[in-house]
Design a protein. Structure first.
Lengths: 312, 649
């Protein structure tokens, strides 16, 4: 009877594993951008490799269980005393080391890929979007286009995107699964996330990091469109939307949920992003004065700045 | 009225009121019961004041089982809430409180006391000692832990539960975003329990290093003792970080300091870093003793010595060192840059190597063995494939670029439950079943035990495998609800069914205890499993002095040698035994500490100051107290021994 249950168990595991890899595309495994593609490739590769390891372990386990069960042996069989063999143990250490080295190479390579402008998108200047979260909303500021949206994000397809993330409150995490993995938005520093969308489409975006009572609904819609459509939209916003005043922005920061809204101008003008190196107060004032020059400074030194943070 | 208002629950619901009533009724029933059966004196003399490592161990066990069910109810509530889209069973605030307490209770008040129970009960027996090095400190450790547990569990009926997650990241956990006293409870209750654990660590390191039986060199210790030794070393290195961290968090919340604020020079990222500098070693504190128990059980029921003893020890030492070098993998997405992430990615994957060595060693222990499929062995066998699955998903998570997609999703939740449940919880149940006859003199029913193992395993697979899939489909963790369009509902329903099946399994575990108390045969001798290591060589029930004569040890499986190879364990004659006296001091001291902690939670300064004076008074009293213990006379020992031998015939 026990054997039967075990087989049912195994069949279930394998059915689920098949569903995982086949059938319906899961968001993360259905990438629509280069960064998400890199990550999905890593995930699929590691799933197959790891499935191999699980199967090997399971096979050895079933083999020894069947072969060396007491009921399959004579009553007077006395198991031998075996201390261990250096060769066998070297193999048991050696093979995992090879697997780990292989995965490490891939992991390091992917790290550098996802932390820079996506491959094949270097020819154009990336679109810079400041994405800031407040309880429980997302504010998207387009400094070059001089517009701001709440809870929805329009982006041009085929162009690199550079998100500057920060938070008005708890740590949140900016995540658009089909375009790429997430990154934290925090209130005392700005983090940078590089993404791009291959083609026009609509995607789900959300805050993935628990941030209190309204966390579950802390989502936003992402629409990728052709560059012409994007330019038309920017123009349309300039013609129709009201300017974002300081009072209006303070109102938007109040805790709660809001629908979509659109403004001309960005809050960066009166409430600059916390872009500074920790501990160097003198750079605070100079860095935050001018948003435009700020970008250049950051583009050239973003890697340095990030490693600075980690040293604290 | 104003004074009492602070104790009210900020977000009451029928569930909480129901819980309040049931807790009150249970308390009243307990008090009436104890008074009616005139057991207060017995309770005080035999349990509250005890310094006997076996009794302290059993008290840890009781707390662990109680908390297993408390955390389990939280778990089922969460799974039910998510089993349907837009479910209104719990609102978001209540859900947040439930998952926050579930995490804390399961890690700190279930898993920790469970392993501490095994430390307490087994280590002195396995190394042939009569008690731990500092018996009274051991009692103090327990009572500190107990008071921390009690304080934490009070939160949901007095003042409100913590609601910032078990990780309690700042700034979410500061006064602005976490307004109830819940997070104060978190900071102070865990502090209290953590100090208890730190004292346990010091105690057992000393015990293992100084009190081993003659001939038991370090490399001749049973594998559980080795694993416990390394876990306690990790405790002593990791828990001070937690102590400091919680002290800083408490000061931020109560006294307006700026350690983790986002302005005035504070840094919220510091909390996350320090939390995981403690938090990651913490998971190895839990898993290493579990590995030790599996080693004991697998070698016993494969009827073979443990394969690769030396590499087992070496791999644990390597794991303990690496456990302090991987903490940043809990927040690859914090923006440290690719270099930092690469380093932590590689160190994290490297831990898989020594862990793999252990898996292979268990498999080779089964090889050429004579495998007897008892309940503890069944758990150990189920552990191997299930834990491997959890381990390899850990390697997947370690690939930091891909982790940007796994982080904060149900994939992660599935992973850590997949290592903690088959890794730690199975080991705890297996170890409990294995050592039950040593503790209580009868076996747990094997048939019910095996059913329990299968039911829990099926429930486990149903509950957690779907989470891997919904995680990859974009279901973030800690969401109290989702809409139907997300398509998460079917798999979440499967997970709820799995949680229900697991709950049935755990109820069956308790039923098995009840059933076995009533129907199990009592004359089973002191070695019912035909086991190998030293703890089985003494009588059942174990006399308070453990061994009438300190055993002589020549190998890792001294008892097996005495059974098969004519090794003589007990040489010499019985002499009088020096034992520590019982003491009410640890309990009273901890009670005053509890009052202090409670008044800190609610910022009631006068009470805090008075209890602080009480604490100082207790410490001064202890410093001047003279207590040299007592001797058990040779006649008394011989009488006990004869009785125990007679009982077995």
């Amino acid at each position: 009877m026990n054997k039967k249950i075990k087989w049912i168990l195994l069949t279930m595991v394998f059915t689920i594993a098949t569903v995982l890899t086949g059938c319906e595309p899961l968001l993360v495994l259905d990438p629509k951008g280069p960064q998400a593609q890199t990550q999905a490739d890593d995930i699929m590769l590691s799933i197959f490799l790891m499935a191999g390891i699980v199967i090997v372990i399971l096979a050895i386990l079933i083999f020894v269980l069947v072969k060396y069960r007491a009921s399959n042996q004579s009553a007077d069989y006395e198991p031998p005393h075996i201390e261990g063999s250096p060769i066998v143990e070297a193999i048991c250490i050696g093979i995992p080391i090879i697997i780990v080295i292989f995965l490490s190479v891939i992991s390091v390579d992917s790290n550098y890929k996802v932390e820079t402008t996506p491959e094949g998108y270097e020819d154009q200047e990336p679109l810079i979007v400041y994405a800031s979260s407040s309880n429980w909303k997302w504010h998207f500021s387009y400094p070059e286009e001089n517009i701001e949206t709440v809870n929805y994000l329009y982006i041009p397809a085929g162009r690199a995107l550079e998100f500057k993330l920060y938070s008005y409150g708890p740590i949140t995490s900016f995540w658009i699964p089909q375009l790429g993995g997430q990154k934290y938005a925090m209130s005392d520093m700005v983090t940078t996330l590089h993404l791009a969308a291959d083609a026009p489409g609509e995607f789900m975006g959300r805050n993935a990091n628990f941030s209190g009572a309204g966390f579950a609904e802390n989502t936003f819609d992402v629409t990728a469109m052709t560059p012409t459509e994007f330019d038309e939209w920017v123009e349309e916003v300039h013609e129709t939307a009201a300017p974002l005043t300081e009072e209006k922005f303070d109102e938007l920061l109040e805790p709660g949920h809001l629908g979509r809204s659109t403004y001309t101008g960005t809050h960066l003008e009166f409430a600059p992003a916390p872009e500074h190196n920790h501990g160097t107060t003198e750079s605070d004032s100079t860095n935050t004065e001018d948003v435009e020059s700020e970008h250049e400074h950051h583009d050239s030194s973003s890697t340095n700045e990030e490693s600075d943070h980690s040293n604290h | 009225m104003d004074f009492l208002e602070r104790f009210a629950i900020p977000h009451p619901s029928f569930l909480i009121y129901g819980a309040m009533v049931s807790i009150a009724l249970t308390m009243i029933a307990l008090v009436i019961g104890i008074t009616y059966f005139k057991k207060w004196g017995y309770l005080w003399r035999e349990w509250i004041t005890t310094v006997d490592h076996k009794r302290i161990g059993i008290m840890y066990l009781l707390v662990a089982l109680l908390m297993l069910f408390r955390g389990g109810v939280d778990a089922v509530m969460m799974r039910y809430q998510l089993s349907m889209p837009d479910n209104t069973f719990l609102d978001s605030q209540h859900y947040n409180e439930v998952f926050s307490t579930h995490g804390v209770v399961m890690i700190l008040f279930m898993a920790m006391p469970f392993i501490t129970f095994f430390f307490n009960y087994l280590i002195p027996l396995q190394i042939g000692a009569r008690d731990v090095a500092f018996p009274r400190l051991n009692a103090l450790s327990f009572w500190f832990f107990f008071m921390g547990m009690a304080l934490f569990n009070m939160s949901f009926i007095v003042g409100g539960s913590p609601d910032a997650g078990w990780t309690s990241y700042f700034p979410l956990a500061n006064n602005e975003f976490s307004t109830s006293v819940g997070t104060n409870y978190y900071m102070i209750a865990i502090q209290l329990a953590g100090i208890g654990t730190l004292m346990t660590g010091i105690n057992f390191i000393t015990t293992i290093l100084r009190m081993r039986a003659p001939g038991m060199k370090l490399m001749k210790m049973p594998m559980f003792t080795w694993s416990a030794f390394i876990a306690n070393v990790i405790i002593v290195f990791a828990f001070p970080v937690l102590t400091v961290l919680l002290a800083m968090g408490t000061m931020d919340r109560l006294f307006g300091t700026n350690f983790f604020t986002t302005d005035n020079g504070g840094m919220d990222m510091l909390w996350a870093n320090l939390f995981w500098v403690w938090g990651h070693p913490e998971v190895y504190i839990l898993i290493l003793p579990a590995f030790g128990l599996y080693s004991e059980i697998i070698s016993t029921f494969a009827r073979r010595n443990l394969y690769g003893y030396k590499s087992m020890v070496a791999s644990m030492v390597v794991i303990s060192v690496f456990s302090f070098m991987v903490w940043a993998h809990h927040f690859f997405t914090m923006g440290q840059g690719p270099l930092t992430n690469s380093i932590f990615s590689i160190t994290t994957m490297a831990i898989a190597i020594p862990t793999g060595v252990k898996i292979f060693n268990w498999l080779f222990t089964l090889w050429k063995g004579k495998i007897v499929m008892t309940t503890p062995m069944l758990y150990s066998i189920l552990f191997i494939p299930l834990f491997t699955l959890g381990g390899v998903t850990g390697v997947m998570l370690a690939m930091s670029a891909a982790d940007y997609q796994y982080h904060n999703t149900m994939f992660l939740v599935a992973h850590f439950h997949n290592v903690i449940i088959p890794g730690v919880v199975y080991a705890m149940i297996a170890g409990l079943t294995f050592y039950w006859p040593k503790m209580f003199g009868f076996m747990l029913n094997e048939k019910i035990g095996k059913w329990t193992a299968w039911i829990i395993s099926i429930g486990f697979v149903l509950a957690f495998i779907p989470m891997y899939i919904t995680g990859l489909d974009g279901q973030a963790r800690r969401m109290y609800t989702y809409s139907e369009s997300t398509g998460f509902s079917i798999l979440n329903m499967v997970a709820f069914i799995g949680a229900g099946v697991m709950a049935v399994g755990f109820v069956l575990l308790v039923y098995n205890i009840y059933y076995s108390i009533r129907y199990s045969p009592r004359n089973i001798g002191s070695d019912p499993w035909d086991a190998r290591s030293l703890e089985w060589s003494t009588h059942t029930p174990v006399p308070e002095y453990n061994y009438a004569i300190i055993p002589q040890v020549e190998s890792t499986q001294a008892f097996w040698d005495s059974k098969k190879n004519g090794h003589e364990l007990f040489k010499g004659k019985i002499e009088k035994i020096h034992m520590p006296n019982n003491s009410g001091w640890p309990f009273i001291f901890s009670c005053i500490f509890f009052v202090f902690a409670f008044s800190m939670v609610f910022s009631m300064w006068p009470v805090a100051i008075v209890s602080l004076i009480g604490i100082l008074g207790c410490m001064i009293y202890r410093s001047f107290e003279k207590d040299h213990g007592r001797y058990i006379s040779v006649e008394e020992i011989e009488e006990t021994e004869a009785k125990l031998r007679g009982d077995q015939k």
